[in-house]
Each structure stands twice: as C-alpha cells, then as structure tokens.
Design a protein around this ligand. Sequence first.
Ligand SMILES: [Zn+2]
Length: 617
Amino acid sequence: MPQNLLQTWDNKQFFRGSDDPKITSGVAQIKREIEALTKLCEPFGDRIENADIIPAADFVAVIQDVKAIHTQRSSIVERLSNIQTFISSVLSVDSQDNAANTWLPTLQQIWATLTQAMTPVDVFLARASDAFIDKLLAEPELEEMSFSVRHDRCLKDQLLSVSEEKIITGLAVTGLHGWGNLYDDLAGSLKCQINGETVGLAKAANLMGSDQRSIRESAWRGINTAWQGRKETVATILNAINGWRLEETKQRSHIRELHYLDKSCHESRIERSTLTSLMDSTYKHRTVGQRAMNAMAKALELPKMAPWDVTAPAPNQGAAEAENIPFEDAIALIAKAFSRLTPAMGDFTIMMAEKGWIDASPTPNRTTGAYCTKFANPREPRIFLTYEGSMSNVMTLAHELGHAWHNWVMRDLPIMKTRYSMTLAETASIFAETLVRDALMQQAQNPAQQLEIAWQNAESAAVLLLNIPARFEFEKRLVEARKDGFVIADKLSVMMRESWAYWFEDSLSEYDEMFWASKLHFSISQLGFYNYPYLFGYLFSLGIYAQQEKYGDQFNDLYTSLLRDTGTMTAEEVVQKHLGQDIREMAFWEDSLGIVEDSIAQFEDLVEQHSRTAALV
Ligand SMILES: [Zn+2]
C-alpha cells in the first residue's frame, strides 16, 4: 500500500512559479511566432474564392504551405498549452496568486490571436475540393489532421468571410467571455449567511453534504438568499451570453437555417438524432430516477426529498469511521478496483499519487470543484480535487483518475488525435467510478455497508437522470425565450421551476428556483448546453461496462482501443466500430437505463432492510 503520499502536486519541472521569467520570455517568443504564422496564413485568404477549383498542378505547392503552417502551429500550441496548464494549476491551489491572475487574460487573448491567425487556412480547408483534401490528408505529416479537418468541413455552409470570422473571435474575448469571467468573479466573492456565520460559496457547498438535515437546509437557503441578492446581475449575464449565441447563429444561417443545438452537437461530435434519442428515452424512463429519490427519502425517514437532501450522505448506523478514509487508503482502494480491469490501470493510479500528479490537500484559498488536465509535453496528466475523506471524495478521485487514464492510454498519439469531445470524456470517468463502486459493493461486509455504496448509485441516478435533464430543459426554454427579448430574473425562476417539475414531478417537496443563478454551468461562455454530456457518459459507460461478461479476457483490449479512437471519430462511429451498435436508436439507451433500474431495485431492497432494522432499534 502506498505510504505518506504527497497530496500537493509538483509542477516545478515546467516552471518555478507563476513569476518565473521563463514564462515571460516564452510568451514573448510565442507572440513573435504567431505574428510570423499570421503572415504565412494570409495568402490563403486570396485562395478561398477558388478553393473548390484549385488546379491539380497547384496541389503540391499548396500542400507544402499547409505543412509549414501545421508544423509551426503545433509547436506553438504545445508550448502555449504547457504555460496555460501551469498557470491554471497555480490558480486552482491559490486563487489569489497575483502573477497567475495577470497571466490568465493575456493567455486568453493569445489563444484568440492564434485562432485569428489560422482563420484564412481554416476557411480555405473547409471550402477546398474533396480531391484536394484527399490528397492533402494522404501526406503522412498531415494525416493527424484528418478527423478535425473533415469534421470541420461539415460547417462549410455556416462559415462567414475571413474578416467576419476574425471579428467574431476578436470581439468574443472581451465581449462574450467577459460575461463568463464576471460570473466567476461574482461566485468567488459571494458570501452567504448560514446560521449566523458568514461563509464563502465553497464552504457553503461543503455544508450541503452534512449529515445533519438542518445544516443542509440552512446552507441551501443561505446560498439561494445570496444569489437572490445578485439575481439581476446573473440574469444580465445569461441574457448577454445567450443573446450573443443567437445572434451568431443568425449570422451563420445565411445558407440554411441553423438550430441552436447544432453547434453543441457538432462540438459533442454527435448527431441531433442521437441527442433526441438520449433525452427521449431518459424521459420515458424518468420513474427510475424518481424511484431512487423516493427510496432515498425513505432511508432518511422523510416523507419526500427536498433539494438539500440530494447531497446528504448515506444514513449509516454507527459506521462513522467509514466517513474518514485516509488519502492513502483511497488510492489503494481505487488501484485495487481498477486492477480488476487491468493491473496497468491500478499501477497507473499508484504512480499518479507517488509522482505528485494529484493535488488533493484541503489548503486555504484553493478553488472549488475537481478536474483532470494535462501538460502537452511531456504528456503528463494532473488531477485537482479537495480530498477530505468522505465516500463522495473517493468517488470524485476515481472519476478524475478515469479521465487521467483516458489521457494516459493516448499519450503516444499526436496531440491532434487526442482531442475528444465532452460526451466521450465523461464516459471514461464514469466508467472508472463504476469499477470502484462495484468492487466496494462486493467487499461490503454487511447490509449497512452495502447501503452506503448503493446510496452512491441512487444519488448518481437522481442527479444524472433528473437534475441534468432538468438543466437541459431549462436551457432550451431560456434560449427560446431569449429569441423574443430580455428574460428577467423572475421569469428565469419560473422557467427553472417548470423544468424541475417536468422531470422530478412529485419526487421533490419543492423545486430549486434559483438554480439558474447558483449553477455556474449556465454561465460558461465557451460552451452552451454544457450538461447533457454527463448523462450521455453515464448511460454510455454503463452500456460498455455491461459488455465485460460477453467479451471476457478481450474486454480490456476492446475498452482501450475504444478510448484511443475517441479523438478521431464521432460518438456514432466509435460505438458502431467497437460495439456494433447504433446510438441513434432509443434501444441503445434503454438497455443502459435497464441497468440503472436493476441497481435502483437493489437499492430499494437495501432501504427496506435498513428501515426494518431501524424500526427494531
Ligand atoms: Zn468528468
């Protein structure tokens, strides 16, 4: 078992700190290189008009130009990514770090300048003839661009002119993304009053996991009252972000009418029919999530769940020590569970912890949330979370290790072939959680311990099958309403209440009307409809997990090759190739919903047993 693990990450091999002069000189060098790249790319602007009729005689010369640009761009991206990952890692541990806070907007600006530099080439590649593209991507040095070029060519009919594309990218830095930054600032400084104490949002969020119901309720009310005081600001943020997106969609609809979900599906690399099947089958089986909620209420001895009860820990009968799992034990436990899939995944987990690639220690000034990121060169993953020994912390750690493993099995591929969409990312992470939960369930000594693990299943079902879809429903209503004008705060609350009622029905005692303000996901300026990929990953990973028996010893190879293809295929192609199934059909999703239903039935039995024992005491 690993001993005395460092719980703070060590990234000094990249830079000494956010004030390292190597960052300043590196950024200056990158800026010069982007200027040179801009000049290399400009001539493509003149080629766009005749992009689809380039004479074959010119192919060789144009391909040479693309090669030079591709090499230069890849080198810039690698170094810029390293600086970006380093600065973000500093800010996660200390959100007040001045140098890092100064670098952040500068880096955002540089990424935008890089996108602008590449715009003439990107537009040219989208409009070029198939014959040219086939020839171009047949070049060994350019083959790594295949998926991204072909996928982006689907957007051909919605591209604007080079100068218009550049204007949108440039204005978005301070326009669109300024609104997202404003939300982050607000969330970082907002204070809540909870039982006479003033606390920040991060602390308040932790209190939502208390085993005392009154504390959870005060935390929930405290958070909502705090956001109530800022509701006009958040309403303005949501209106600005969605107004921007609608206007952009309108401008891009010059050839055919675009739907507001088109962009999100393109980014998620799924077809609209897949999204429709996913949401429709989940709605058809919404009682699965509702049954989880009702059984949780019964276990907590409540007539009905309230919004502040969904985050409650399992009701454990004197198993309080189970709620303080040392970090070393968590790593050992996860490694053991992962090893059942393949020993390499278990060894990898221990290596992550021993090398100091995980930052988990609950230090002051750190930000909330958990994530997995990676350095581009050398290709190393990093994990950030705040570990305080609860079972839900263990699950978060397993989740992020699933992302890290996904990156690790792709580490020998060119960077361009490792960019997967969020839908497939969340598949790897939730698969890892399932491995751990299953192993724990098998080890559980008694019904109380089984209930604790099954509780995690029930909570996942409630969140992923009801809360996540309610967010999707709200966002659709928001976009529709925004088409007609500004949507005031009170109307947003009504829309949120209706969205919750649509999914939760009577499985809750009241609905979370301020959720549009308190959930940061709605204010992420980079991505719209941020939430459904979690539902996709949840059901998709359960579907894969269920294939273990069928494939036996072959299963890990199948899973690994599936993960390795996530950067170069759409979700439909990945599933067709590796599982021979069609995710555009509801049947695929209903199979996974059946797996959840079985685990909820098991949970209901455990709750029944628990209630009987509790009645005897
Ligand atoms: Zn994740």
